[in-house]
Design a protein around this ligand. Structure first.
Ligand SMILES: *[C@@H]1O[C@H](CO)[C@@H](O)[C@H](O)[C@H]1NC(C)=O
Length: 364
């Protein structure tokens, strides 16, 4: 099983990690043999895994040559993480707890490597980790397929009114006899706009090309390669053009100071009335109050969200009263294989950091 995972990971890393392809090759040949050197006193390195549900595939790699401590609480309890991180050489940061100066101080100056088990690292004070010169890894790429599947599911469900349809049945309002009842939006021949056009967005575009879409517009800081543009019939445009010309708008950007709340009333006002919004990135990119208003007043047609603010969303949140909103509880990468792959990458990141080698997927 583990060997199978390795070969799959190797292939996906080699094909997808353009810049890191060479690193990945080296990594995959050395990792199986990587003997993490002992620290000065000939003691094993100590690694804290901050979440008890980090898949065994990752833990097994760590325990080969290191001493592994695993936090016990689900959900995680910060006090436990801080206490158990004291004196460790590395952290496998399994949840989305704030990884900041407080956490780094709690571990101590001997800390040599950290990896998260996520693609987005908005909960990490990257500048602080960098300032302390601690290598930091994360786990992008391996979750692209799973998140892209979720995005396509949300897009179809919102465009074709799956949630509203279910409500009709539940409330005995299934109206037979009409020809114009519960009509939705076509994906075929549509223009799909992406806010952010990295690995996840491109994986979504790849899937949607099978649905015979017309073209892709994307808004990013940097243009992607001409090859990628050709492959997805994609064109870089400014934010307002993307909003006004897209039938589907998919948020696939990191949450940063620049992107926080950028999808607000002004943005929704520029979108087509028939447009469908999908967010599989971070809830904070959307001004949720404004989205509520836009959906309630049918300023846009529908939305599908895998991420929101806060998470978990309380059951009495007004968003849940909207028939034209499909909500998922942040299930983007939640498949067994993807989680195992993420743990394996995170473990490799940590081990390579301890060995003084470049991480498989460095975060900075
Ligand atoms: C929405 O965000 C834009 C850009 O950040 C800003 O210029 C605009 O004033 C905002 N609109 C509202 C209604 O807050």
């Amino acid at each position: 099983m583990l060997i199978k995972h390795f070969s799959i990971l190797q292939i996906s890393l080699l094909t997808l990690l353009n810049v890191n392809a060479i690193t990945a090759t080296t990594a995959d040949t050395t990792i199986s043999k990587t003997k993490v050197k002992m620290s000065d006193e000939n003691k094993k390195f100590k690694i804290l895994v901050t979440h008890p549900e980090v898949p065994q595939e990752g833990i097994d790699l760590l325990t080969r040559d290191c001493e592994v401590i695993i936090c016990q609480n689900v959900p995680t309890v910060r006090a436990e993480i801080l206490e158990k991180s004291k004196g460790v050489d590395a952290l496998l940061w399994g949840g989305h707890d704030a990884l900041n100066a407080e956490a780094l101080d709690a571990a101590g100056p001997q800390l040599k490597a950290i990896s998260t088990m996520s693609a987005g690292i908005d909960y990490v004070d990257v500048a602080e980790v960098k300032r302390r010169k601690i290598p930091l890894g994360h786990t992008p790429i391996v979750l692209n397929n799973a998140v892209a599947d979720t995005a396509v599911g949300l897009l179809l469900a919102a465009a074709r009114r799956f949630h509203e349809g279910r409500l009709k049945i539940e409330t005995d309002k299934w109206e037979g006899g009409h020809l114009n009842w519960m009509l939705g939006q076509d994906v075929r021949d549509s223009v799909v706009g992406f806010f952010g056009f990295g690995g996840i967005a491109q994986t979504i575009a790849k899937r949607l090309s099978g649905f015979d879409i017309d073209s892709v517009l994307y808004t990013t800081r940097r243009r992607v390669s001409e090859d990628i543009e050709k492959e997805y019939n994609a064109k870089k445009v400014d934010f307002d053009t993307m909003l006004s010309q897209s039938d589907f708008v998919i948020i696939a950007s990191p949450l940063t100071k620049e992107t926080a709340g950028i999808f607000n009333a002004t943005a929704f006002g520029k979108m087509k009335k028939t447009a469908v919004l999908v967010n599989i990135a971070r809830g904070g990119v959307v001004n949720q109050q404004d989205l509520y208003e836009a959906l309630k007043t049918n300023q846009i047609f529908a939305a599908g969200l895998d991420v929101m603010t806060p998470e978990p969303l309380p059951a009495n949140d007004p968003l849940l009263s909207l028939p034209n909103l499909v909500l998922l509880p942040h299930l983007g990468s939640a498949t067994q294989r993807t989680r195992a792959d993420m743990a394996v990458i995170a473990a490799h990141n940590v081990l390579r950091g301890l060995a003084g080698e470049p991480m498989l997927s460095p975060a900075y």
